[in-house]
Design a protein around this ligand. Sequence first.
Ligand code: PXG
Length: 454
Amino acid sequence: MTSNNPQTREWQALSNDHHLAPFSDFKQLKEKGPRIITSAKGVYLWDSEGNKILDGMAGLWCVAIGYGRDELADAASKQMRELPYYNLFFQTAHPPVLELAKAIADIAPEGMNHVFFTGSGSEGNDTMLRMVRHYWAIKGQPNKKVIISRKNGYHGSTVAGASLGGMTYMHEQGDLPIPGIVHIAQPYWFAEGGDMTPEEFGVWAANQLEEKILEVGVDNVGAFIAEPIQGAGGVIIPPETYWPRIKEILAKYDILFVADEVICGFGRTGEWFGSDFYDLKPDMMTIAKGLTSGYIPMGGLIVRDEVVAVLNEGGDFNHGFTYSGHPVAAAVALENIRIMRDEKIIEHVHAETAPYLQSRLRELNDHPLVGEVRGVGLLGAIELVQDKATRKRYEGKGVGMICRTFCFDNGLIMRAVGDTMIIAPPLVITKAEIDELVTKARKCLDLTLSALQA
Ligand code: PXG
């Protein structure tokens, strides 16, 4: 990006000279220069060039209550003045972390009343892995170590998180996965369903769990982890048959079930948790992102009472982080949850904006580039194809990236995962803003199609 604005150029120079950005091609970013985001309000961002952009991704799936809520800034400021830091290691605690644990227990599924706090979703999943193995060891079954996960799932970027995740491009860097983590097929009908109906494919994909349990041996399997809806993998909504069949399998075998709620949690599906949406009964739930609306880093692991009862018999759990339950993050999370409850944000998503977004998005089905529109709550995906009937892609054209660039240049952030366009706007998006989003999305689909035809 070559800018005429000297301030933009100065920031880009700083990026080139000093900053290593996550999930980026460092050299390519140096040549292009990052877009500099300088402020935000509601569902909109502004960049250093003065462009106003509708953030169809809520940051990175996290800014649930929208940008610019002073209450969260005030909560942080108040807590920083009162007690900016203290740890929870030395048999100490502080009010915000305790009040937050209670607030989370109040909204979590029944019987999930305890929270272990971390600084991120990845750390939440690292905590999960260690807690699962500790749990089985206490129960006298130390061999139950293996965690079953899914291909193209996303569970973070730490060594355990990336290993649990099923992203091969992450595994290739750093000799992952670590031992004791195995992956099964994902329930991604559009890309992998072949000639099966979605219903048949859902059962087939769920049965992979049973096959893997039997292959590894139930005496060696500690847990199954899955996102209720895969986010980073491309907003993959499992066929309706998938979760019911998975639930049957989980009921049959003595393994723990971990729902990674980092994206689905805190209202994304129109329920507090994706587990509520699908009526799952997890033993643990990883949380982050919407917990603080991204205003400050925080993650955690919500743990079922029966699991805690076992852990209570195991002596020290030798695990934790300097910033576990950080008081400022806890104060911000508490205020975030209060706003969600008092303003009935999730109820409004459920009754009003989710149905509206889903029906408006599906209008895009008539576009020649669109092979499928799917979504749940305020999550949506648009599959870009060359042939609608056969679901054939434009091979090697990078259609998703072309579309994403048009979106950015036309004031809309819509992400590309391969040739799947995805959206997850802030939960406070209004119907008028949804209209704007869909209008811009259609325009960018048109521009993408023209570019492909040129
Ligand atoms: N679980 C899930 C389901 C996630 O989506 C994590 C765990 C890890 O959280 P932290 O806080 O450690 O990042 C995530 C994070 C993307 C993208 O490209 C998605 C995430 C992170 C970075 C990029 O969509 N999700």
